[in-house]
Design a binder for this molecule. Structure first.
Ligand code: KG4
Ligand code: ZN
Length: 333
C-alpha cells in the first residue's frame, strides 16, 4: 500500500506544506516565502516570521490538499520539522501538525530540519548507501557519513560560522542586497579570482572555519575604503566564492576517499551555489563518484524534503505524541 506523508516546514521564513508518496514522489508542494518582507530589514526578523506563519499556515495547507486533489483521509501520517530553527517559527508548524494529528487521528512524525535537507536528494533519485552528505546551509556546514537510512555519523563541521552565514555577512560588507548568498553567487560569476584571500582551515581534519575568511574580506574592503579605492565587487565575490568552494570540495573528496564511499549527496541552501555544483560535478565524474544534488527549488527550505525524510522516519517507527515541542537547536539523529 502506498504511503502518503503530509509534511509541514516552518523553521525559518518559508511556510510550506507538501504531500509526498513513498518518500520519493512529489504529489503537491506549496511554499510561501516571506523573503520580500524580510528584505526590507536586510535579514529575517524572527517575530515577523512567526506572525506570518500563523497568518499563512491554514491557507498553505488547504492549497496543498486542493492541488493534490486529496483530503486528510488519504494521508497516512503527518511529518513536521520540530527543529532546529527559529523557535517561534517552528512552534507554528509543530502546533499545526499536532492539531491535524489529533483531529484526524494520524501518526505524528518528528523530522530534523537537516535530515530533510539530506533527503531532498531522494526526490531526485533513490539514495544509495553508504554515502557522504555535504550539508551546507545558513546554520550548518557538516560532513555526515550515512551507512544506511537515518544513520547519521558526524565526521566534521564548522568551528565557527556556517558557510551560508559567511555568504550573508560578506554580502552586507560588499553592499549586496538580501538575500546575500544567491546575490553574491551571481556577482561571483561576473568576476575574476584576483584578490589574495586565504584558503580557510586547510588542514588534515574534516572541520571547516569561515570566520577568518569572512574577516579577511571585511578587512580588505575597509582597507581599500580608507585608501579611497573602490573595491571590485565582482572580483571580491569571485575570490571569496573560489576559496569557499575549494575548501568544501577538497575536504568532501578526501572524506569520500577515507571512508571508501562512492555516493555523495549535497544538502542545504548553499547547494544552490553554481560554482559548488559545477566543481563537484567535475570532481565526482573524474573519481567515478555517484553525485546527487537536489533541484534548485529543493535546495532551500521546503516541505517536500521533510516529506521525503518523514517517510523513512515513519517506516522506521519514529513517532511523536502531542507533547512534541519545537527545539531551536538539536543534534541530527
Ligand atoms: O537551507 P537554507 O534555505 O536555510 C537554512 O536551513 O539555513 O539555507 C539558507 C542559506 C542562506 O545563508 C543563503 O544565503 C544560502 O543558503 N544560499 C546560497 C545560495 N542560495 C542560498 N549561498 C550561496 N550561493 C547560493 N546560490
Ligand atoms: Zn534549511
Amino acid at each position: 500500500m502506498d504511503t502518503y506523508i503530509l509534511a509541514i516546514e516552518s523553521s525559518c521564513d518559508e511556510t510550506s506544506v507538501s504531500i509526498i508518496k513513498n518518500g520519493s514522489v512529489e504529489i503537491s508542494t506549496v511554499v510561501l516565502s516571506q523573503m520580500d518582507t524580510h528584505a526590507n530589514y536586510g535579514g529575517v526578523v524572527p517575530e515577523i516570521a512567526s506572525r506570518m506563519h500563523i497568518e499563512n499556515i491554514t491557507m498553505v495547507l488547504e492549497e496543498c490538499l486542493t492541488k493534490a486533489n486529496m483530503t486528510m483521509d488519504d494521508i497516512t501520517a503527518i511529518a513536521v520539522t520540530y527543529g532546529p530553527g527559529l523557535i517561534g517559527s517552528l512552534l507554528i508548524g509543530v502546533m499545526a501538525a499536532k492539531t491535524l494529528a489529533y483531529i484526524y487521528n494520524k501518526p505524528l512524525v518528528p523530522v530534523h530540519h537537516i535530515a530533510g535537507h539530506i533527503y531532498a536528494n531522494n526526490l531526485v533519485k533513490e539514495m544509495q548507501f553508504p554515502l557522504i552528505a555535504l550539508v551546507v546551509s545558513g546554520g550548518h556546514t557538516e560532513l555526515v557519513y550515512m551507512k544506511d537510512n537515518y544513520s547519521f555519523e558526524f565526521i566534521g563541521g564548522t568551528l565557527d560560522d556556517a558557510v551560508g552565514e559567511a555568504y550573508d555577512k560578506v554580502a552586507r560588507v560588499i553592499g549586496v542586497s538580501y538575500p546575500g548568498g544567491p546575490n553574491v553567487d551571481r556577482l561571483a560569476y561576473e568576476g575574476n579570482d584576483t584578490y589574495n584571500l586565504p584558503l580557510p582551515l586547510d588542514d588534515d581534519s574534516f572541520n571547516f572555519s569561515f570566520s577568518g575568511l569572512k574577516s579577511a574580506v571585511i578587512n580588505l574592503a575597509h582597507n581599500e575604503q580608507q585608501r579611497g579605492n573602490e573595491i571590485n565587487k565582482e572580483d571580491l565575490a569571485c575570490s571569496f566564492e573560489n576559496r569557499v568552494v575549494d575548501i568544501l570540495t577538497k575536504k568532501t573528496m578526501r572524506a569520500l576517499q577515507k571512508y571508501n564511499v562512492k555516493n555523495l549527496v549535497v544538502a542545504g541552501g548553499v547547494s544552490a551555489n553554481r560554482m559548488l555544483r559545477e566543481k563537484l560535478t567535475i570532481l565526482c565524474e573524474k573519481e567515478s563518484i555517484n553525485l546527487t544534488i537536489p533541484e534548485i527549488k529543493y535546495c532551500t527550505d521546503n516541505a517536500a524534503m521533510i516529506g521525503a525524510a518523514g517517510y523513512f522516519a515513519y517506516k522506521l517507527g519514529r513517532r511523536a505524541d502531542l507533547t512534541l515541542n519545537a527545539k531551536a537547536t538539536d543534534q541530527l539523529k
